[in-house]
Write a protein that binds this ligand. Structure first.
Ligand code: SAH
Length: 249
């Protein structure tokens, strides 16, 4: 997977990307990052890349020509790659979209800053507009890192053990079960007995139930779309009964 990021702050992208798992995967050649500094394509020798908004109002808007020149230099003649513009006005990013994007060989990401970007260049080059959630950040660099991180984990070989992507939150429509590691007792709290039993089927059932319990408590709307079998439904019903009995007391 090759990422090309168009940004005013390449050092922020480089630092974030070349740390930990994505950095290691880049060293192995599984991922590649190319940053294009939009300021290198500024309209004047002072490096201006933004200007006042037409129609007035607060803040500055990133100009179209420097972004377009940066894009053309990176893409090359005649090609139209998938380019994600980071914006709070976009489709909200989730695991499903991460999986979809991981199928691509190459992704371009455009990071806005200040009040945003001249609409005309977006109409010209952006194939997708993506938001990482309903809040406003100062720039698209953190969103770009979020997207690259989530997509990279889906690229085969990036996670050292392919298994470790499987039971994870959202992969099966549920939140993941709680995890424990040594020591066995921490501040008087013991690891659940069943996890030390070595009984694989019981452990799997316990984990599935804890996944269901968590999802029901924190994100009940996820249960509506999750793929549930009979045992799952029975467990959820038992939770409901428990609650009802408790409230009847
Ligand atoms: N005036 C714009 C917000 C500009 S925020 C508006 O109201 O829609 C500045 C830049 O930060 C944006 O251009 C975008 O690239 C990035 N950004 C801010 N919040 C974001 C979010 N939730 N998701 C993705 N990108 C975001």
């Amino acid at each position: 997977m090759r990422f090309t990021v168009l940004t005013l702050f390449p050092e922020m992208i480089e630092q974030g990307f070349h740390t930990s798992i994505t950095g290691r995967a880049a060293e192995k050649g599984l991922l590649e990052l190319r940053c294009v500094n939009i300021r290198d394509y500024a309209s004047d020798r002072y490096g201006h890349v933004d200007d006042y908004p037409y129609g007035g109002g607060a803040g500055m808007v990133m100009q179209a020509p420097p972004i377009y020149r940066a894009y053309q230099a990176a893409v090359g003649e005649g090609k139209r790659p998938r380019l994600l513009y980071m914006t709070p006005q976009g489709r909200v990013f989730d695991q499903k979209l991460a999986m979809e994007l991981a199928q691509e060989e190459e992704l371009y990401i455009l990071c806005g800053h200040y009040e945003g970007v001249d609409e005309r260049v977006l109409d010209e080059i952006a194939t997708d507009r993506i938001s990482i959630g309903d809040y406003v950040l100062t720039g698209g660099e953190l969103p770009a890192l979020v997207i690259m991180d989530a997509v990279s984990r889906m690229v085969p070989g990036v996670l050292s053990n392919e298994e470790s992507g499987e039971g994870e939150s959202f992969m099966n429509g549920l939140l993941e079960y709680p995890q424990y590691t040594r020591p066995e007792i921490f501040l008087g709290r013991a690891v659940p007995e069943i996890l030390r039993s070595g009984h694989h089927a019981n452990i799997a059932r316990w984990r599935r139930n804890e996944s269901l319990r968590r999802t029901r408590k924190v994100r009940p709307e996820l249960l509506e779309k999750a793929d549930l079998d009979r045992a799952d439904r029975q467990f959820l019903e038992s939770l409901e009964r428990e609650e009802k009995d408790f409230s009847d007391l």
